[in-house]
Design a protein around this ligand. Sequence first.
Ligand SMILES: Nc1ncnc2c1ncn2[C@@H]1O[C@H](COP(=O)(O)OP(=O)(O)OP(=O)(O)O)[C@@H](O)[C@H]1O
Ligand SMILES: [Mg+2]
Length: 330
Amino acid sequence: MAISLPAREILQVEDLRTAFFSKEGVVEAVNGVTFSLRENSILAVVGESGCGKTVTALSILGLLPYSGRITSGRVLFNGVDLATLSQEALRQVRGKEIGIVFQDPMSSLNPSIPIGTQVEEVLLAHTSATRQEAHIWAQELLTEMGLPDAGRLLKQYPFQLSGGMRQRVMLSIAVALRPKVLIADEPTSNLDTTLQAAILSHLRLLKQEYGTAILLITHDMGIVAQMADQVAVMYAGAIVEYTDTVSLFQHPAHPYTWGLLQSLPRLDDAGRKLRTMRGRPPDMMNLPAECPFLPRCFKASNICRTSPRPALRSVEDGHQVACFNEMRHE
Ligand SMILES: Nc1ncnc2c1ncn2[C@@H]1O[C@H](COP(=O)(O)OP(=O)(O)OP(=O)(O)O)[C@@H](O)[C@H]1O
Ligand SMILES: [Mg+2]
């Protein structure tokens, strides 16, 4: 009988805090985020626009813009604190061990360099491939990603490609060297449903075939349901619920998660209108001391108004929630 070892934690984020500093004030974009990503699994980070998903990813990768700074916490990759690495060593990790797909592929591809050169550069920088080998390899990578006529595509510039094609080129680059971790920030936003399905199934394949651990950032609970093994729900820079996907959908414990699930259209109720959650997320430059979900919460009580923002705590095995009045199930 085969012995299955428990999956290792490949990426650990511990109490990460990131802020942006400007003349106008301080934006506390990430406020104490802790999670771990296991090999051969997909962890979805989900939440409304502005809750800190992208800034979390940029902080992990050491790619924050000038005004942003990690103010506390650690990021461990394979047990190594990324903050202790030199810029060069970090670049090596980013190119080879951690693949990245950004929200907007146009901003990450160089507009003035043909696609082929951009894919080949990654292969040449991190392997001993010759230019000719890299060219053939690049062609294979694009074909594998379902891009037709890869030979011709390699000669084109990013602006000559559709958004969906650019996104697939980005993904080809990100996974070319079979990274242990892939960070995919909204990899299918702005794509039609057919392309979205193709990219998502490719991500699942990466996990199955190579054991790639994927941090999948999305605001779409439908994608979470299809893809994720575990889910971290973010609100105002912090994780408010953290559990496996089945528990999240069967027993959402945070009122915010409940609200997100309510706004999903249901297959069994075609006539139902899509509901959006009432209220708006807080201003990240003026976060309240108490729970930032309070003004929108239907479970709010006195303790929520008089206490500091609640921390994550376990409500059952492997299910954590940051709420004083979490929803219970029988
Ligand atoms: N360069 C920056 N300077 C100042 N504030 C920033 C900067 N980048 C992001 N922020 C702020 O940090 C907060 C988190 O932003 P982030 O981009 O991580 O949100 P997000 O969850 O990725 O949203 P979306 O779903 O729209 O991509 C927001 O309040 C945003 O305005
Ligand atoms: Mg984002």
